[in-house]
Structure formats: structure tokens, C-alpha cells
Ligand binder design. Structure first.
Ligand code: ATP
Length: 314
């Protein structure tokens, strides 16, 4: 009985030690990166039970990812290894803390071979939430089919669907992204777009208009960076201010931390306003620390941060 099940590609990430063009970087930190596993780890640190799975290459990088995520206490029992393709990897190139370029080596990766047959219906059926991102359907036609099959399973068993569009225009073009992501959004119970993503998907400008576009029966929460977020749930709506961050060390992963915080709040039966506040706090904590998962707080750290007792700094 898991609180949340999620799946998608996690890659090994190499971050240069110094702020230099990648061409001149010769020392790297090895970390992992993947939106879905970030959310899984975030939720786990906050005390929830989470399952994450992917297709991993039967290689050192695949085993590293598996061990890392399992080491966080996430259930990885549904991970599948393949000899057909390697584990994807990517590199960051740091020009400044807020100006980071990313180079992917993920085409035809093991994760892109995920297919509907890899899904364990019972496993998803027993979860409270299925978390999906818009990255998975962009990886390959079989990944897209897997996402829709997972949606079908969730619907059949009344598992709530949380959807973060995570538009990645490096993976597909705007037109294709829009049509597939809107199809997924239609099936979701909770949608978590950034303001720019909301604009792309809906063709509308303001958070209020974007929330209207997705419809009253859904919870729509729109991320607005340092400003915080806007939410609408039934007849309730409003802006929730972000937490001040003393120094932005690494903006990547804020959205995933936000998702973990919001889902955590909802699992704790908090009112939606307070779940969004929890999301804002986790997002703010993540940008203060280098790496996507390193800044994800435990519940104690989160409580202290929200009370203003601790400030995270890289
Ligand atoms: P990502 O870069 O991970 O894709 P995103 O674009 O999905 O992020 P953002 O709006 O940048 O989402 O950030 C998500 C949430 O994290 C925000 O809604 C906010 O709560 C928090 N956050 C992000 N940046 C800051 C900041 N500079 N100061 C305070 N809070 C922040």
C-alpha cells in the first residue's frame, strides 16, 4: 500500500566542479537527475511511502541510480533492467548559478524502451496517487503508450492522478507537446504547471484564466517561481506567497520539490492553501542547495524552515 507511485527516466548527471565551459571542465561530480525520482525522494524524506520505477540499462550507471533511489527508502521493486540499451546520462554546464545549460545523452536510452507491458497493474492500483510528468510521453512512442496505459489503470482503480507537465522542448516540438500534454491534463485530478507552461497549454495569460481553462473539477496549482504559486480547487482560489531565499545556488529541481511538498500536504489532509504553502517551502529549500535532491528536506527540517528557524544555504 503506497501513498504515491511514479515512474520515468532518471539519468546519471555529471556536474563540473568549476564554473567553466564544459569543454574546459575536467572534474565532475556524479549525481542523479530525474523529475519523477526527485519527487519520489522528496515525498519519502517527508515521511510518505513511495514507489518509483524505470527501465535501467544493465550497466554501472543503471545500478548506481537504482541503489541511490533505493537507498533513500523509495520502493524500487518494479525497476526493470535491460541489455538492449544503455542508461541515459547528462551533463550540466554552469555559466553562473542561475545560468545552467544541459547536454543530454538519452536518445534511445533504456528508459525510452519502457512499454505498457512493464506496468504492474496491482502495484499502481494499490497507490493513493499516481504521479506523472510530461517528460515520459516525450521520450518515445512506447513511453507515451505506457503513460496512457498507467492512466487507464489509475482510472479503473480510482487512483488519483497528479500531473506535472514539465514541457521539454528539447524532446519534442511545441505542437506535439501541447496536444499530448493536454490529453494527459484532461485525465488528471491535480495539475501543476509553471506559469509559462500554463500559458503554452491553454493559450491564456493569467493564472486565473489558465485555471479556468483546465476546468473547475480539477485542482490546478500554478508555479510562479520566487512569487510562490496560485491555486484553484473548486470554488477556492488564491495566491500563496513564496518563501524568501537568501541565495539561489541551483534553481533546478524547485518544481519537483514543490510537487513533493504539495502532494505531501494533500496526503496529510491539509487544506489546499496549506498544501501549496508546503510546496512553496520545499521549492525554496531546493533552490538554496546545489543538486536536485540534496536540498529536499525531512519533515523536521521543513517545519523549522517554515517557522523561519533554519535557512538553507549551499
Ligand atoms: P524547475 O526549474 O524545477 O523546472 P519550475 O519552473 O517547475 O521549476 P518554479 O516556479 O521555478 O517551477 O519553482 C517551483 C516553486 O519553487 C515555486 O512555485 C516556488 O514555490 C519555489 N521557488 C522557486 N524559485 C524560488 C525562489 N527564487 N525563491 C523562493 N521560492 C522559489
Amino acid at each position: 500500500e503506497l501513498d504515491v507511485v511514479t515512474f520515468g527516466e532518471t539519468m546519471v548527471l555529471f556536474t563540473p566542479e568549476l564554473t567553466l565551459p564544459l569543454e574546459y571542465s575536467d572534474r565532475f561530480y556524479k549525481q542523479i537527475g530525474g523529475a519523477e525520482s526527485n519527487v519520489a525522494i522528496g515525498l519519502r524524506r517527508l515521511g510518505h511511502s513511495v514507489g518509483w520505477f524505470s527501465k535501467l540499462g544493465n550497466d554501472p550507471f543503471g545500478r548506481y541510480i537504482h541503489k541511490f533511489i533505493r537507498g533513500e527508502g523509495v520502493d524500487t521493486s518494479r525497476c526493470i533492467y535491460t541489455d538492449e540499451a544503455p542508461t541515459g546520462i547528462f551533463f550540466k554546464e554552469k555559466y553562473s548559478p542561475t545560468n545552467v545549460k544541459v547536454y543530454y545523452y538519452r536518445k534511445n536510452s533504456a528508459a525510452s524502451l519502457l512499454s505498457p507491458n512493464d506496468l504492474d497493474e496491482d502495484y499502481i492500483a494499490r497507490a493513493k496517487f499516481l504521479h506523472l510528468t510530461g517528460i515520459t510521453p516525450a521520450l518515445s512512442p512506447s513511453c507515451r503508450e505506457t503513460v496512457f496505459k498507467a492512466i487507464e489503470i489509475a482510472k479503473k482503480h480510482e487512483v488519483k492522478i497528479v500531473f506535472d507537465p514539465n514541457i521539454r522542448l528539447k524532446l519534442w516540438n511545441m505542437e506535439k507537446a501541447r496536444s499530448v500534454l493536454l490529453e494527459i491534463a484532461k485525465e488528471a485530478d491535480i495539475i501543476l504547471p509553471g506559469l509559462d507552461e500554463g500559458e503554452i497549454l491553454s493559450g491564456r495569460k493569467t493564472p486565473e484564466e489558465i485555471a479556468d481553462f483546465f476546468g473547475k473539477e480539477k485542482i490546478v496549482i500554478i508555479k510562479m517561481g520566487e512569487k510562490g504559486a496560485y491555486y484553484r480547487s473548486g470554488n477556492e482560489s488564491g495566491y500563496v506567497k513564496g518563501f524568501p531565499v537568501s541565495q539561489i545556488v541551483d534553481p533546478v529541481g524547485a518544481g519537483d520539490g514543490f510537487a513533493a511538498g504539495v502532494i505531501s500536504g494533500i496526503l496529510r489532509n491539509e487544506p489546499i492553501f496549506s498544501a501549496v504553502k508546503r510546496g512553496n517551502a520545499v521549492g525554496a529549500m531546493v533552490v538554496g542547495v546545489s543538486g536536485d535532491v540534496e536540498g529536499l528536506p525531512s519533515s523536521e527540517e521543513l517545519e523549522e524552515f517554515m517557522k523561519g528557524v533554519i535557512h538553507f544555504q549551499g
